[in-house]
Design a protein around this ligand. Sequence first.
Ligand SMILES: Nc1ncnc2c1ncn2[C@@H]1O[C@H](COP(=O)(O)OP(=O)(O)OP(=O)(O)O)[C@@H](O)[C@H]1O
Ligand SMILES: [Mg+2]
Length: 579
Amino acid sequence: MGIVKPLPQEVYSKIAAGEVIERPLSVVKELVENALDAQAQNLRIELDEGGKRKIRIRDDGTGFFPEDILPAFSRHSTSKLNRLDDFDRLTSLGFRGEALPSISQVSRITIVSSMEKNGLGVGVELDENGELRRWETACARGTEMTVSDLFYNFPVRRKFLKSDRTELNAILRYVEQVALAYWNIGFTLVHNGRDLFSFPAVQTLEGRIYQIFGNEFVESLQPVQDQRGGGWSLSGWVSRARKGGRDRQRQFFFVNGRPVREKTLMAAFSQAYRGALEKEHSPQGVLLLEMPPHEIDVNIHPMKLEIKFADNQAVFSWVYRSLTRVLRETEQDLPSAFVVVDGIMPPRTAEPWSSSSYTSSPVHPFESEAGGGERRRLFDMPSRPLVADPVRPFRLLGQYLDSYIVVEKGGELVLVDQHNAHETVIFNRLEAHVRQEGRVPSVSTLFPILCELSPREWAAFEERRDELDGLGFELEPLGERSLSIRSYPVELTDAQARETLLALLRDDDEVAVEGRRDKRLATVACKAAIKVNHPLHEMEMTRLLTDFYALDQHDYCPHGRPIVVSLGVEEIERRLKRR
Ligand SMILES: Nc1ncnc2c1ncn2[C@@H]1O[C@H](COP(=O)(O)OP(=O)(O)OP(=O)(O)O)[C@@H](O)[C@H]1O
Ligand SMILES: [Mg+2]
């Protein structure tokens, strides 16, 4: 007796519907969610050509009733929802009855499924016009769904798919993510016949983080566990104080097992760590929030990528407090002035504790000794010209907000973004090396720098080895998904080398091949460049400006952002009503 039924019209008309299948990732996401909803314990994902040629997902879940297979491919038919108020009890990832019909409209499908342990199953082949063939076959319990030739009947859409590498990359990112929340389920991923990873089921989230990202990452994290009345619970592993990372790619949020990028959670996470991390670092880790289904709206996005909390404010405050409590308990040396704000959004400018102990700022030339270590700003600077050298095409006036160099040049007042300017100078130097010597020169590390890579990063490393070599990275693989950096591009420091390599591996290849070299050089330049919010010595600023004004082009950095803002005397006088 089948369980897949058409949704009543009044229900499906309320469901956020739309384009469900955009790229191979969308198919993988829908099939993985279906397998998880079918209580699978093990998932095997096989892809050919980034999923464009073939996506096959095998699960050991409940299997299909043979009579359900065709209904499952007709629109708005599902076994997971019957009535509108079922939304309040929804525990499954699927509910629209849209995924399989949408996939069958744009690909050829073969499904083999059995509900028996070692029994007889049924195979069905279908395409956009319906069932083509059906047969009986012996197979293990579960379902194997093969989706071939995505968009074979939509040549224009097929043409817009990205390279195999980019499509694979997006899938790897998703599978890494979903595997985190379902650590007690085994995941295997095979691409073009090669095993990219196999994560057997483990007992804890910590174990899964270790499988995916390695020991070093696990050691930078600590557990968080909290409960609240009304069935709310928060668990996960999050950065220890001072152990964040520069990018947010290792921030994972799940609400009732659903991977989400959700603003309230992201804000609570980063605000809880204010002052507890080095400058420009973000907290990392995995946060799993569970709450009664009726307090979340999952039905606001056709691809189910977004959710909405009934009470954002309550979620923010509670997650924020749970995280700050963990930080306070585990980091006894943090100042006690830290206050947990109850029930309200903490003010944006609040710095729970001083960050000065975590950063070693260079001595600032304009800093006053008196005044409690408060750094003097532009107003306090000596009035004499700092640089009076007539051969220079600029006169340095100072630094504004530790981020912008203030210059008088050609009669104008100019603010130079120190990061963008430095990035441009370095980019030009790197580019000159590549033009003249064919590669970026490298410097050797004193001690090898070890890097543990996730499956996605490892796949990128294998594919981009030559490119990385040309950028000055000498890398030695050390067995399972770890490698050692032997040398790295000139311009970087030991500390920046690792971070730059990871950024290069995480880079999506969304640009055309010709643009790629420049994109990689820009990534190296960006990592090597001085950051904003960084006090500079007078000499450092002069040096930077000299290099910068020696370039042919001063307007845009390699990422296309403007570098300078100029204010002419006319504009100034007009605004001061002198004209
Ligand atoms: N791997 C599977 N194992 C067992 N049953 C499955 C599997 N995949 C799909 N089904 C059945 O097919 C039905 C249709 O799947 P489909 O993905 O189209 O819709 P859904 O999961 O109900 O909702 P959504 O469109 O939100 O994903 C499901 O409701 C489920 O009963
Ligand atoms: Mg589904």
